[in-house]
Design a protein around this ligand. Structure first.
Ligand code: AOF
Ligand code: ZN
Length: 425
């Protein structure tokens, strides 16, 4: 009988359901009493069992969503005779890695069991001295004989060297267990290190008849005087307040957020995350001739740093990733090369692993036309018809992956089928 500590009924059902979906008939579980922290028994050490423990690693890793970037989210479990004796995840940037927390979590009574346990980890253990010493060395030092890994670490300093080190120490290795799920979990990290560019998410809201913005004469306009110069803020609200909260969650998950000149001028957006726990992204705006009014919110609010892509000036004071200070930086680009390519390259240089592009239509279309996007999230207010207005961008090479409804808003999630973190390494 093996007990999986720390799992509630929901998690157990999730695990069972998952194994069911995968159709692993050889796998058997006994869950004697679902309501009283019942023991969950696993009678198999086959691939299906490896998947169960790897899924636990993924769930642990996901607890750090939005907290460890630019590091990857990683989870680890130590299993003795089908019983989890240790669990850990990488919790904050610069902090101990998942493997360290996992080994540290083992009870005094169980510490003798460490060498004869199986170590599961969602990402290849590191082999380099970064902010922390190599995890591969820690595993070797603990005389662990078997390691199961989700996916290889694409970071140049590791990239297979951790696996080699463990193998050279005579450790039995199984790699690639739930590999796609492990890569999906860290899609930003993988895209950044494999494709040398940030993970790009497009987002826009449109009316039922496909308008992203109205002309000033259209109904549905919310107009108010702005607090700067003679610029009038004519913000057009399309999505509802629940969807807006979701958009703030999306903001909390990305390293940066980008808008074009017209959107900055017309909407005067704050571009921070205010309605979801977590951080705000670095703000990015295109202003080639540095003509945007200094009074815009994104230049005055101290919740986040703002970088202005422009043709005149290059200066990035106090800029670091992860971002620790507010401020304004200038990133110089030229008129004669694709702006999209220059910005994508700049983000890679600045170690910004992802960007959420929130408009406007011209900027979004430029990224689509260059094929430089990974996901598009389109919010459609099915109850809003805008007779005249600006047409929303046209996607291509897209595959629908998910559809949600939030009252009158429909949200369609598309993936660019030309880019897939699972395909290349
Ligand atoms: C692991 N386990 O939990 C994580 C790993 O600067 P450092 O020392 O924190 O190292 C960061 C790099 O280590 C990161 O780029 C990635 O390659 C790897 N992350 N490795 O063995 C972990 N988070
Ligand atoms: Zn490590």
């Amino acid at each position: 009988m093996a007990r999986l500590p720390g799992l509630d009924v929901v998690s157990i059902n999730h695990l069972l359901q998952d194994a069911g979906i995968r159709g692993k008939k050889s796998f058997s579980y006994i869950c004697t009493n679902k309501n009283s922290h019942a023991p969950l028994t696993i009678h198999d050490s086959s691939l299906a069992a490896h998947e169960i423990f790897m899924r636990r690693c993924i769930d642990l890793a996901a607890l750090s969503a939005g907290k460890v970037a630019p590091n990857p989210m990683v989870g680890a479990v130590l299993v003795h005779d089908n019983r989890i004796i240790g669990e850990g995840h990488h919790q904050y940037y610069g902090g101990p890695h998942a493997e360290v927390n996992c080994i540290d979590s083992v009870n005094q009574n169980d510490r003798d069991l460490i060498p004869e346990s199986v170590f599961y980890v969602s990402l290849e253990p590191c082999s380099h001295f970064g902010k922390t010493p190599p995890c591969a060395d820690l595993i070797i030092k603990n005389n662990i004989e078997k390691v199961v890994i989700g996916s290889r670490d694409p970071f140049i300093e590791v990239n297979g060297k951790g696996i080699e080190k463990l193998r050279a120490a005579g450790i039995e290795m199984i790699t690639g267990v739930l590999e796609n799920e492990c890569r999906e979990l860290n899609k930003r990290f993988f895209t950044f290190h494999i494709e040398h560019r940030p993970y790009i998410v497009l987002k826009w809201a449109q009316s039922q008849n496909g308008k992203i913005a109205a002309t000033p004469t259209s109904s549905g306009f919310s107009s108010k005087r702005s607090s700067f110069g003679d610029v009038q803020n004519k913000r057009f609200y399309i999505s509802n307040e629940y969807t807006n909260r979701l958009v703030h969650k999306w903001r909390s998950e990305e390293a940066s957020i980008l808008v074009g000149t017209n959107t900055a001028l017309m909407d005067d957006p704050d571009l921070t995350n205010r309605y979801w726990p977590g951080k705000s992204p670095v703000r990015l705006v295109v202003d080639m001739d540095l003509k945007l009014p200094a009074g815009l919110k994104m230049f005055n609010d101290s919740k986040s740093y703002t970088i202005i892509f422009n043709s005149r000036q290059h200066e990035l004071p106090d800029f670091t990733i992860p971002m620790t200070s507010a401020g304004i930086g200038f990133y110089q680009v030229t008129h004669d090369v694709s702006l999209v390519q220059q910005m994508v390259h700049a983000l890679y240089q600045l170690k910004i692993q992802s960007v959420l592009i929130e408009g406007g239509a011209k900027l979004l279309q430029a990224f689509i036309d260059e094929g430089l996007w990974d996901e598009a999230r389109i919010i459609t207010n099915t109850g809003l018809h805008v007779p005249d207005g600006l047409a929303s961008p046209l996607l291509n090479n897209h595959t629908l992956v998910r559809e949600d409804e939030v009252m009158s808003d429909q949200i369609h999630y598309f993936a660019n089928h030309l880019h897939n973190v699972h395909l290349t390494s």
